[in-house]
Design a protein. Structure first.
Length: 128
């Protein structure tokens, strides 16, 4: 088994910016929600790259549900994907946990923008 990420690509390769997206804690990169976001942005002329964190790669390989990796592993995965993409300018983000981890590395990887989708800014029912 390998923890090497597969990257799903949508949109034009000559786009003015590329958005790299990560999934949330419990669902993979190819959920209907992530597909709809990616295809909509691709239709608007933005290149979108999606990847999965190591724990989700292992889940896809063996079918076993597991909790997210430790923060260090998640952040290293982000760095690795940005390095592998080797493009610029980039925006980074993701759904929930994927967006939270992107926010932690955005400055470091010199992202031009940060996109957080379905990001819980407060606990459900407790806006204060």
């Amino acid at each position: 088994m390998t923890d090497r990420p597969t990257i799903l690509t949508a949109g034009p390769t000559c786009a003015p910016i590329t958005l790299i997206l990560a999934h949330g804690a419990s669902a993979p990169m190819d959920t209907p929600f992530m597909e709809k976001i990616s295809s909509g942005l691709a239709a608007a002329g933005i290149q979108v790259l999606r990847f999965e964190f190591p724990y989700m790669i292992r889940r896809r390989q063996d079918g076993k549900r597991r909790p997210p990796d430790r923060q260090r592993v998640l952040l290293d995965a982000w760095r690795s994907v940005v390095d592998a993409a080797g493009i610029g300018p980039i925006a980074i983000g993701g759904k929930s946990m994927g967006g939270r981890m992107a926010a932690m590395v955005a400055d470091e990887v010199q992202a031009s923008a940060l996109i957080c989708l379905r990001y819980p800014f407060h606990p459900l029912g407790k806006p204060d």
